[in-house]
Design a protein around this ligand. Structure first.
Ligand code: DC
Length: 220
């Protein structure tokens, strides 16, 4: 069994859905690092000021972030136990989170927390730079991807199911833009690690992806 598992990939590839289910099946802790960048984005928006790098840096400096993994659900808390689990999954956060995640001071703080959480072992962590930067010695690295149209459709379904009124073409443009910023940033860009296994999920069901992750996790 692999002790530390890293899953990376672009927006909407199905990482969080499948990683969470796979972690549950093998009895591992699931760590959603995107939720941590989203928490910083959420708190930045609370200031109700134009979002500048200065505002983001001032925000991250003074905040605490906690993830609690409860019955297969990652709950997100900031500062003195303010829960924002649902508030971080909105189009407004999607719009600014890549800007937040570009900044070195933001990444340094969150990566330190992520490495600390992984120390306990039996973890499955997902994000953009887990295999390349956060946990380069992970026992298993998976790069999960899917075609852009499929990824846009998945994000669209996820947001409409939650009652957001969204447009498919706009979502596709927003995901493309986010991937571009995530892949081209100077600090720890989105990139497949040399030793990662590529999994293209375009034509795969959620169950098929989960089974594949479990099979790889159980491998020698
Ligand atoms: O996976 P997600 O959509 O929740 O991620 C939100 C953003 O956070 C994404 O645009 C890129 C960033 N991110 C990152 O830069 N590094 C990570 N390890 C995880 C997420």
């Amino acid at each position: 069994m692999k002790n530390v598992i890293a899953i990376d990939g672009p927006a909407g590839a199905g990482k969080s859905t499948t990683a969470k289910l796979a972690a549950q099946k093998i009895g591992y802790t699931y760590i959603d690092t995107g939720a941590m960048y989203r928490a910083v984005a959420w708190k930045t928006l609370q200031a109700k000021k134009p979002v500048t790098d200065e505002l983001i840096l001032a925000t991250v400096k003074d905040m605490t972030i906690n993830l609690r993994y409860d019955n297969g659900v990652t709950r997100v808390f900031v500062d003195v136990d303010k829960e924002i689990t649902n508030e971080i999954r909105t189009p407004a956060i999607n719009e600014i989170v890549s800007q937040v995640a570009r900044l070195k001071d933001v990444r340094d703080k969150l990566v330190t927390l992520q490495r600390e959480m992984a120390k306990r072992g039996k973890v499955l962590m997902d994000g953009r730079d887990i295999g390349t930067n956060v946990l380069p010695d992970a026992d298993l690295k998976i790069f999960l991807t899917a075609g852009i149209d499929e990824r846009a459709k998945r994000r669209y379904n996820e947001l409409t199911a939650k009652g957001h009124n969204v447009d498919l073409a706009e979502i596709k443009a927003s995901i493309t833009n986010r991937d571009k910023i995530d892949s081209e940033r100077a600090v720890a860009p989105l990139k497949q690690a040399d030793d990662a296994i590529l999994l293209d999920t375009t034509a795969m069901s959620i169950d098929e992806v989960v089974d594949k992750i479990v099979e790889l996790a159980e491998g020698e």
